[in-house]
Design a protein around this ligand. Structure first.
Ligand code: IPD
Ligand code: CA
Ligand code: CA
Length: 269
């Protein structure tokens, strides 16, 4: 199936796919080359490169060519930082997994989602190093054109769980608590270093769950949550209520033991 068919007839889905592929391919041109790495407010692990900024601009330009009146949310520079509650908006992470990217590890993605009134309606995550494309409109999730569904594993002991946290001291403390719980109550830990790759992995059965107990950025989550839901999985906040951008925490899973995940990771009052 080609990209046109993958678009399910939706103009916005088509733009998600085309913009993610265009941005991802541009980033791939500089992958494993000499890069000037700057650090942001979070310190040495909060990295950014000129490629991140250039790819965001490329993706924004692509979106603006087709939907000039829509709001655009993006990680870099002075773009909007929150999905508006009303109207049409786009959410872009030009390189999700910048630390992997600068280390020459191929697990990174260009992520583009389209939202309507604060909810995702279409999403594309493109992993250029693997040439893997994860796409969802309103007719299910596809990986490289093939229908994808979440895993059917039901026993927590068989779950691969990926925690998603930032680099602040508070996030690190929560990460340590979550890692401990994964190791004692679930099958095994994964930490792929790219939030959108982890969510894409839940959507396709590569992982059973991703977990965070803190508020995550919209560009790290919105596209992937849509992929998970369209693949038959579930995404809630840390208390088990339906996840929306701005929620505290994110538990995205195959839905088979979601209650056990919430019980395990919900912080004590
Ligand atoms: C980061 C990655 C990482 C996650 C962080 C994100 P970036 O995004 O997705 O896996 O743990 O919370 O900030 O900075 O590489 O775009
Ligand atoms: Ca990111
Ligand atoms: Ca990024």
């Amino acid at each position: 199936m080609d990209d046109e068919q993958a678009a399910d007839g939706s103009g916005r889905l088509h733009v998600c796919v085309a913009a993610a592929k265009r941005g991802g391919r541009a980033a791939l041109d500089s992958f494993r080359s000499e890069l000037l790495v700057e650090t942001k407010a979070g310190g040495p692990m909060d990295a950014v490169t000129a490629v991140d900024r250039a790819v965001q601009e490329l993706v924004f330009d692509h979106v603006a060519d087709e939907y000039p009146d829509d709001a655009v949310v993006g990680e870099e520079d002075d773009a909007l930082k929150r999905v508006p509650d009303e109207g049409a908006a786009w959410v872009v992470d030009p390189i999700d997994g910048t630390n992997n990217y600068v280390h020459g590890d191929g697990v990174w993605m260009t992520s583009v989602a389209a939202c309507r009134d604060g909810e995702p309606v279409a999403a594309a995550n493109y992993a250029p190093a693997a040439d893997d494309l994860y796409v969802a409109g309103d007719g299910g999730t596809r990986r490289n054109g093939e229908p994808a569904t979440t895993s059917d594993a039901a026993s927590p002991e068989a779950f691969l769980v990926n925690p998603i946290f930032g680099v602040s001291a508070a996030d690190r403390r929560e990460l340590a608590r979550v890692v401990d719980t994964v190791c004692s109550e679930f099958g095994d830990l994964r930490r792929v270093g790219c939030a959108q790759a982890a969510l894409s992995g839940v959507a396709t059965g590569e992982l059973e769950a991703t977990v965070s107990t803190v508020r995550l950025n919209d560009w790290d989550t919105v596209a992937g949550v849509h992929l998970v839901r369209q693949a038959g999985g579930r995404a809630t906040d840390v208390h088990g209520d339906r996840w929306t951008p701005g929620s505290t925490g994110l538990i995205a899973s195959n839905g088979e033991a979601h209650g056990a995940l919430v019980d395990a990771f919900e912080p004590a009052e």
